[in-house]
Design a protein around this ligand. Sequence first.
Ligand code: NDP
Length: 283
Amino acid sequence: MSAHVIVGTEVAADIRAALKEEVAQLKEQGIHPGLAVILVGDDPASHSYVKGKEKGCEEVGIYSEVVRRDTSITEEELLNLVRGFNENPNIHGILVQLPLPKHISEKAVIDTISPAKDVDGFTPINVGNMMIGDECFLPCTPHGVIELIKRSGQEIAGKHAVVVGRSNIVGKPVSMLLLQENATVTIAHSRTKDLASITKQADILVVAVGRAGMIGPEHVRDGAIVIDVGVNRNEAGKLVGDVKFDEVKEVASYITPVPRGVGPMTITMLLKNTVESAKRLAN
Ligand code: NDP
């Protein structure tokens, strides 16, 4: 039987509808959530992500301020922009769109964002708090993955989750969140030997590599839940995931498509964190 398709756009729409109501109530109490986005350079993918974030803010009623700078900006100028938003009472979330030009240290920029406004969950303080299960902003894509699994009604506890990819923004944090949800977690990466023998053991398979169609039915156990984080362009210029969707759909029990899978959840979790931040900073 063909897998049930988890449509991220639908799940995201439900969460956004609830957020919109919450924002309206907060505004009645004089709390107006605000997000600042800094975008450097003219990378088309980054511009499109930032547009999506602006649109998302507008949809739920979050105030957004986007600062666009060309690549001639110095690191110090960028750090000063971040410092300004750290002090700005109208801003509750700060996001610097990555990647940054080579002459600017991403680490220096992330380290300058106040952890209280780090709605991307990238600062070391947030990462540390996530690791020990303390109050923090969960990183958006990994949080979106967990929500997609939970809202499809599937239990995580006790399952064997295999995560392919170990980046700081997706693979590692999604592994940690699955562990906190009481899955048994295996992390695979480019040095893993015989990947298929590992992924075949997964009840939940999360793929975050960035290689079109690298996971086929031969990698997937019958009835597995497959979450495809990858975003790639194929030769025809079409957006595709890391998973061969049509083939794996025939083996899995649940599967996310690309596009309309994990992607819409990422921005939605950013909006959720911004609202959460506004509530925390108001107290
Ligand atoms: P990175 O390039 O930072 O990490 C890729 C990971 O894949 C690395 O850990 C790498 O291993 C591993 N890898 C590479 N080749 C193989 C292989 N042959 N077998 C097993 N593992 C391999 O990517 P990101 O984590 O930033 O992103 C991953 C994908 O997710 C991309 O397509 C990106 O566009 C997408 N993405 C989507 C988002 C969304 O909202 N939908 C948000 C963020 C990312 P090693 O560490 O050993 O090099």
